[in-house]
Design a protein around this ligand. Structure first.
Ligand code: ADP
Ligand code: ASP
Ligand code: MG
Length: 410
């Protein structure tokens, strides 16, 4: 008998009725002859609500990050019990497992922990005794037994990691759209469902903001060769297969998709002396404060001074600004400026390797819409731009049309 790991996201388990729908899907898979290990997210927007509670308390000292994980992990604990009870009600033996009970051991980086080992003894015993294991997503425990979480969207990673260690036939990520699309279908209504996408492209799309899969889940699936599929909890359909093969059709496609990250902020230190060590002096204190820095640009020096710009998540803007003002003073920089209403938009495709001209066409389309590009960064298979957040949706739609990514005829 082969094992299938099925993961259901927040919208898919938002109410008792939704949970019953999920339970029936699981029963169908079992009836088809597979053993199922289930992973679930918190119900609806419960994680957002728990996060808001923490924000209201507003105490972000290092010691409080442990407590934040204890708080955030409770959402998933509710769902595992509710789904296990529903499965039992429908006549299917089931048993809930928190991250710790499922044997998921992580490092100690609270709110962004990484899985280091999974002891599957209890999950395998549950399967052997005919009880469907229902595992809480996005959580584990560190060496000291402290609860850890994996970062927003991290239940996908629980599912893929379990699929890897249990050598599952497939890891199925059930969500509220029919699969991975050319861009977020809630923003661009002509977004097209992709039948297949490569791990490489999916990893870029996920890291650049396509919420549909957690980037670490894609990383894991690629590393351990876990067949990974994204499909809808609400309608039948094949969904999207994430695959390592680039078939001949896929090579023809230059752009696989468009991803974006909202709620970004940019900070610039103006008039910095152009001497060795300055980047470190600016970014060192920012990283010590546990603030993640994304894009970094340093201008060519004129008059022995230069400007240094980088982006952070909007939540970290004020703290980063406070740190920089102090640093600017210490290193004799002229001024610190910032903008907390920016977003990052990226185009991704393995076809970019063999096709020139994507960047210039992208810039042309943005120019036609009079959208100013504030920063640019490129790699072999992606181009990212930072623009004002108010133009993000306009830019995504214009690029989607210009690159002909939608359904034919749309
Ligand atoms: P879940 O709670 O099931 O994990 P998420 O909200 O994390 O669901 O991810 C699904 C959402 O991802 C969709 O509702 C959609 O708005 C968004 N999304 C962003 N980019 C894409 C894309 N390229 N394809 C499909 N969905 C996308
Ligand atoms: N509940 C967590 C979140 O909302 C984890 C997840 O759903 O993947 O981010
Ligand atoms: Mg998700």
């Amino acid at each position: 008998m082969s094992i299938v790991v099925q993961k259901f996201g927040g919208t898919s388990v938002a109410s008792a009725a939704h949970i019953e729908n999920v339970a029936r899907k699981i029963l169908k898979t079992i009836a088809n002859g597979d053993q199922v290990v289930v992973v679930v997210s918190a119900m609806g927007d419960q994680t957002d609500r728990l996060d808001s509670l923490a924000k209201e308390i507003d105490f972000y000292e290092p010691a409080s990050r442990r407590e934040l994980d204890v708080l955030l992990s409770t959402g998933e604990q509710v769902t595992i019990a509710a789904l296990a009870m529903t499965l039992m009600k429908l006549g299917c033996p089931a048993k809930s497992f928190t991250g710790r009970q499922a044997g998921i051991q992580t490092d100690a980086s609270h709110t962004r922990a990484r899985i280091i080992n999974i002891d599957t003894t209890r999950l395998r015993a549950s399967l052997a005794s005919g009880k469907v294991p229902v595992v809480a997503g996005f959580q584990g425990v560190d060496d000291g037994g402290n609860i850890t979480t994996f970062g927003r969207g991290g239940s996908d990673t629980t599912a893929v990691a379990l699929a890897a260690v249990l050598q599952a036939r497939e890891c199925q990520i059930f969500t509220d759209v029919s699969g991975v699309h050319t861009t977020d279908p809630r923003v661009v209504d002509t977004a097209r469902l992709l039948e297949k996408v490569t791990f490489e492209e999916m990893l870029e799309l996920a890291s650049l903001g396509s919420r549909v899969l957690h980037s670490r889940a894609v990383e894991f699936a690629s590393k351990y060769e876990v067949p990974l599929r994204v499909l809808s909890s609400f309608e039948e359909g094949p969904g999207t297969l994430i695959t390592s093969e680039e078939d001949s059709d896929m090579e023809q496609v230059i752009i696989a998709g468009i991803a974006f990250t909202r709620e970004q902020a940019k900070l610039t230190v103006l008039g910095v002396s152009d001497v060795p060590g300055v980047a470190w002096k600016i970014l060192g204190p920012v990283s010590e404060a546990n603030i993640e820095v994304d894009m970094i640009v340093q201008n060519v020096a004129a008059d022995n001074t230069t400007d240094f710009t980088f982006t952070v998540g909007r939540d970290n803007y004020q703290e980063a600004m406070d740190i920089l003002k102090k640093v600017a003073n210490d290193i004799g920089a002229r001024e610190v400026t910032g903008d907390d209403k920016i977003a990052k938009l990226s185009m991704v495709g393995v076809g970019m390797r063999s096709h020139a001209g994507v960047a210039s066409r992208m810039f042309e389309v943005l120019a036609e819409k009079a959208i100013n590009i504030q920063m640019i960064s490129t790699s072999e298979i992606k181009i990212s731009v930072v623009i004002a957040e108010e133009y993000l949706e306009l830019a995504a739609r214009a690029l989607h049309t210009a690159f002909d990514l939608g359904e034919k005829g749309s």
